[in-house]
Design a protein around this ligand. Structure first.
Ligand code: DGJ
Length: 694
């Protein structure tokens, strides 16, 4: 049984290796426990081990699953609201619960005002994940105004834990930083209308955990708009964690009879360190979020034209690139920005999604047919949420963008954001995308989003609700398009990794983790990305040197190896490659195809991080096979031997592998416990080793 119900009061949510326990009290849902499995619910049946003290707030001391707000409570709480008569606190009565094998619903109601909250928990016991969400209902007639509507609250005993964070920026997403939680709150968020490059809607709390060992508590918010995570060490020796839609410039008017469902949270507990957490999340994503296109099939090797041509696109040149790409073994050809309207720079053409006549005098089919005749799938870039002022769309509908009354509209990257809260605007996007995919045999969409949202007002209820409505409309459009075109791959890009999160996972097959295609920078970006998100979704291109993000010369083999750690793509200007380079790319693509199932569908082990060690190693294991990538970024002091202990192998099996064409046989236990020596020399040296059970 995934949920144990003790007297309709204590509930044990049991996954394969953890227990999450809570109890229903008269006025709150008390959090009891989260951690390694405890087998006896009765252990929690007695009175709570809490000694209220007159000088302390009892409410602040209580571990709560979803606190009411205000009253004599000064910790962070998930709701901030105002009833019609100006009352601004909530006082819960627990009024019911409903429980089956794997779903628990608990109903809380305000003791006086017409507000009801249902807390839902769904236990995926085999997958070791719990999903939780909350539905807020206005059961009266008058509006209730919300300034905060978070999704979840967690309690972790003790205050002196480590937080593993994923901070970043454009061109430098998913950078790991480990910090001690101390006194004072730690808050990270996004207020850009997208998940953003700066932090992730997740938390990872641990006590000196490593990749292989140690307890890790983690949670991920399935949301792609403004989010906020608050970690509040309290004076009562626990951390109060809250996560949900950001309350920055947030407002929601809940009219009588209506309800609001906050974004879901997926959470878990690992005793196998960070790799235990990642494997659980990757497995869960495969089982519950991935589409039929990715569930059981590997992702194609693709070519993307952006870094080769930027906006200077035309049919002949794209056909030539396609010829070259096909000759290397590429399987999908994706034409990036610059094919539509009068789009010859970032200043114009966004919003006009008709094919540029001058660049494609015989229409788009000429290129698509050509790509198909080469045996490749065809993909195309779009940025549907945006418009340039210099476009037919803007000239026809200047009122379709977010803007404030008499103020000038703020442009970023010379573009404005379309007001998706207007049904006619959302309808326009859905229509042109559907027409594009119906008219042309397109197999791959790269959906971009290149500026943050600003200056929004929504006509729907509350003016500050536009942030959330924008995200909901986006989800509606993507979901509808995917229903209409289930065989098309969707890639989520927002100037690189600005929209990578669990909200997008069920809606796409690919993430573009960063605009930074420098092979060294990319190693740390990929490293950070892999903690939460599946490798299969991690598109990685080989591009030319120097790439726009980092001016340095990295050998092609290193660039290939770095990109082969994910879903391999090529972004070089193929017309400038030498014969040797062409051969090297073709050979590596061949090698990648033979091993990509292990990389995309296997378990990932982050063995070494070059930002700490100068030496980087990542390993993938799938069934009886494993691949190890090792990189030396900067050679120093003639050091050229690096010891690597492998992970995830069958210790009792005998593995076969080759180093410099010499064949070796070693047991799994030898490789895992003793390890092997890797020889790398100088700057930017790298190697791939393949292991298989003999
Ligand atoms: C930003 C993306 O991340 C790039 O890959 C490229 O598609 C450009 N936008 C196109 O404008």
């Amino acid at each position: 049984m995934a949920i144990l119900n003790y007297n309709n009061r204590i509930f044990y949510l049991n996954t394969r290796s953890a227990t999450y326990a809570l109890s229903l009290e008269t006025e709150t849902v008390r959090h009891l426990y989260w951690g390694r499995k405890i087998i006896r619910p009765e252990d929690f049946a007695g009175k709570a081990e809490l000694t209220p003290h007159g000088f302390h707030s009892e409410l602040d001391q209580t571990w709560e699953e979803f606190s009411g707000s205000g009253c004599l409570r000064y910790k962070e709480t998930p709701l901030k609201l105002r009833f019609a008569d100006g009352t601004r606190d909530t006082r819960w009565k627990v009024t019911g619960c409903d429980c089956n094998e794997d779903i628990l619903e608990i109903v809380l109601q305000d003791e006086v005002y017409p507000l009801a909250v249902s807390l839902f928990y769904r236990v995926y016991d085999e997958e070791d994940i719990i999903e939780r969400w909350v539905e807020i209902k206005n059961t009266g007639l008058e509006d209730i105004a919300f300034d905060r509507l978070f999704s979840a609250q967690f309690t972790i005993p003790g205050v002196s834990h480590d937080l593993l964070g994923f901070s970043g920026k454009w061109n430098g997403e998913f950078q790991l930083n480990n910090e001690k939680l101390g006194s004072g709150k730690t808050v990270y968020d996004s207020c850009r209308g997208i998940t953003g490059h700066g932090s992730q809607p997740v938390f990872v709390i641990h006590d000196h955990a490593s990749e292989e060992a140690g307890s890790v508590y983690y949670g991920a918010l399935a949301y792609s708009g403004n989010f906020k995570v608050i970690l509040e060490p309290t004076e009562y020796d626990f951390i109060n964690i809250l996560m949900g839609i950001n309350d920055y410039d947030f407002g929601w008017l809940l009219s009588g009879g209506s309800s609001f469902v906050a974004p879901k949270v997926y959470f878990g507990y690992s005793e196998k360190g960070f790799s235990g957490m990642s494997h659980t999340l990757h497995r869960f994503s495969r089982g519950h979020f991935m589409s039929n296109l990715t569930k059981s099939a590997v992702l194609p090797v693709l070519y993307n034209s952006w870094e080769a041509t930027e906006f200077d696109v035309n049919c002949r040149q794209q056909m030539e690139l396609a010829d070259l790409a096909a000759s290397l073994g590429v399987e999908y050809f994706v034409m990036d920005d610059g094919w539509h309207g009068l789009r010859d720079s970032e200043s114009r053409g966004l919003g006009d999604w008709d094919v540029n006549q001058e660049r494609f005098p015989n229409g788009l089919m000429e290129l698509i047919d050509h790509v198909h005749s080469l045996g490749m799938g065809f993909g195309i870039w779009v940025e549907p949420e945006m418009v340039n002022k210099d476009s037919e769309l803007y000239r026809t509908h200047p009122d379709w963008v977010y803007q404030y009354g008499k103020r000038d509209i703020l442009e970023a990257r010379k573009q404005c954001v379309l007001n998706l809260t207007k049904p006619e605007v959302a309808g326009f996007i859905l229509r042109f995308m559907d027409e594009l995919l119906t008219k042309y045999p397109i197999q791959y969409i790269k959906w971009d989003m290149n500026r943050p949202v600003s200056e929004g007002i929504s006509g729907c209820g509350h003016e500050q609700s536009f942030w959330h409505i924008h995200t909901l409309r986006l989800y509606d459009i993507w979901s509808r398009l995917r229903e209409l075109h289930p065989d098309v791959y969707f890639e989520s890009c927002a100037s690189g990794g600005g929209r990578v999160d669990f909200g997008m996972l069920p809606l796409c097959e690919q993430y573009w983790p960063s605009d930074n295609t420098d092979a060294v920078d990319r190693l740390s970006i990929q490293h950070g990305y892999s903690y939460f998100y599946p490798i299969q979704y991690m598109r990685a291109w080989v591009t030319d040197c120097a790439c726009p993000s980092n001016v340095r010369d990295v050998p092609l083999s290193f660039r290939l190896h770095s990109a082969m750690c994910g879903a391999l793509g090529i972004g070089s200007n193929l017309k400038h490659l030498s014969e040797n380079e062409n051969k090297l790319i073709a050979d590596n693509i061949r090698q990648y195809k033979a091993m990509r199932k292990i990389i995309q569908m296997g378990k990932v082990y982050r063995l070494k991080d070059h930002t700490k060690d100068g030496f980087h190693a990542v390993q993938y294991v799938h069934g009886s096979k494993s691949v190890l990538f090792a990189f030396l970024v900067k050679g120093r002091y003639k050091r050229n031997r690096f010891m690597v202990r492998l992970s995830g192998l069958e210790e009792s099996e005998l593995y076969e592998y080759k180093i410099q064409n010499q064949l070796f046989f070693r047991s799994g236990s030898y490789l895992v416990h003793k390890g092997i020596e890797i020889f790398l020399e100088g700057d930017y040296d790298s190697v791939i080793l393949e292991f298989r059970i003999k």
